[in-house]
Design a protein around this ligand. Structure first.
Ligand code: NAD
Length: 367
């Protein structure tokens, strides 16, 4: 059987810095576990715009469609803020998600014991937290038509459209129920059925799909109440499923429960390919962090944990994913902290590459 193939797209800002640490881990798996990956690398976002005048070259898009998994760093930065909307770095990422039809975005929010004190919430509220937010990713208000800024009378009007078909809701609900079956068998669906017709349909379809999963305890919550509950008592949740816009906001809120954006991985999955593996894009939740780019301050753990998700969901290497996650946990338990994780007295931060080296050392110790 051929090696699993991986397309690496480091992108902009801290993207290349955190990806360099993932490269060390991929090399470690080749050298110490005899696990070889066919790795190729290409440009995305501002880096692709600088070279090709587009945030995602057609050749890169075609390559992404054929590999087993894509691992992306981050896109964007102030240099590109004034570009036309159609060529902004984020359009490259949105095109990947849309054309690979990655409709289910998995965002785990897990609180490592060593960081429980670091959360802005009380320790007992977050210690042991382990929730998964499933966000619909290819439809809803970010893609709905009509959209644009039009002239109406003597002023301009900004328009975006929230639109969901039954089948779009059905497939993401199914992914969430399947995930809940493998976890704590609890699923909370969030929408705004009180004020949005798309929310009413969302609730109806999720309820219908739920009949096929009688073991899963299904609940519904308005997304604004869900945001409050996430801050009040997040451990009441196991899996949350929600639409594109609410998922964007709720997963960033959940990010803060665990301490830092620099800790949060994500996976975006689509339909299975011919080899049975789902189309898949893995990326840290954080952006390109221009405020710290180029200073060796970025936390590479979100990107490293995104690779761990690739091991689990694309390469069927669950044990190796566990090994990598445990290595990260060990490094944190040993007190290693990048600057974004500082809070305790007397801790000197480690650099991006020192954190990557520490994870590699913990992997070594796991053998
Ligand atoms: P951001 O996630 O880049 O940064 C928010 C804050 O978190 C900053 O203070 C940053 O220093 C810190 N941070 C983020 N990741 C970190 C890490 N790994 N280690 C340590 N600290 C980290 O969000 P932003 O500032 O709103 O956006 C910056 C740029 O990134 C913008 O151009 C935005 O469009 C883009 N962006 C891209 C993505 C993506 O590629 N998926 C996501 C969000 C934002």
């Amino acid at each position: 059987m051929s090696n699993p193939s991986l397309l690496i797209l480091p992108g902009d800002g801290i993207g290349p810095e955190v990806m360099a640490e993932v490269r060390k881990i991929i090399d470690w798996y080749g050298a110490k576990r005899d696990l070889a990956f066919d790795v190729s690398e290409d440009l995305v976002g501002g880096a692709a715009y600088d070279k090709h005048g587009t945030p995602l070259h057609d050749d890169t898009m075609a390559k992404a469609q054929t590999v087993d998994a894509v691992l992306l760093g981050a896109v964007g930065g102030p240099k590109y803020d004034n570009l036309d909307f159609s060529v902004k770095p984020e359009r490259g990422l949105l095109r990947l998600r849309k054309e690979m039809d990655l409709f289910a975005n998995l965002r785990p929010a897990q609180c490592f014991d060593a960081l429980a004190d670091f959360s802005s919430l009380k320790k007992d509220v977050v210690a042991g937290l382990d929730i998964m937010i499933v966000r619909e990713l290819t439809s809803g208000i970010y893609f709905g038509e009509p959209r644009g800024i039009i002239e109406e009378g003597n002023e301009r009007v900004g328009i975006n459209t929230q639109r969901y078909t039954e089948s779009e809701i059905d497939r993401v609900a199914r992914s969430a129920f399947e995930l809940a079956m493998k976890r704590g068998k609890k699923l909370c669906s969030m929408e705004k059925a009180n004020v949005m017709e798309s929310g009413i349909l969302w609730r109806e379809v999720v309820t219908e799909v739920g009949k096929e999963y009688p073991e899963v305890e299904l609940s519904h919550m308005y997304a604004d109440a869900g945001a409050m509950q996430l801050c009040r008592w997040p451990k009441q949740f196991d899996v949350i499923v929600t639409d594109n816009l609410f998922g964007d906001l709720l997963s960033d809120a959940a990010a803060m429960l665990t301490g830092s954006l620099g800790m949060l991985p994500s996976a975006s999955l689509g339909q299975p390919m011919e080899n049975g593996r789902p189309k898949a894009l893995y990326e840290p939740v954080h952006g390109s962090a221009p405020d710290i780019a180029g200073q060796g301050k970025a936390n590479p753990i979100a990107c490293i944990l995104s690779f761990a998700m690739a091991l689990r969901y694309s390469f069927d290497m669950g044990e190796e994913a566990d090994r990598l996650e445990k290595a990260v946990e060990q490094v944190l338990a040993d007190g290693k902290r990048t600057a974004d994780l500082l809070g305790e007295e007397g801790v000197t931060p480690v650099s991006t590459s020192e954190m990557g080296d520490a994870v590699v050392a913990a992997l070594d110790a796991s053998l």
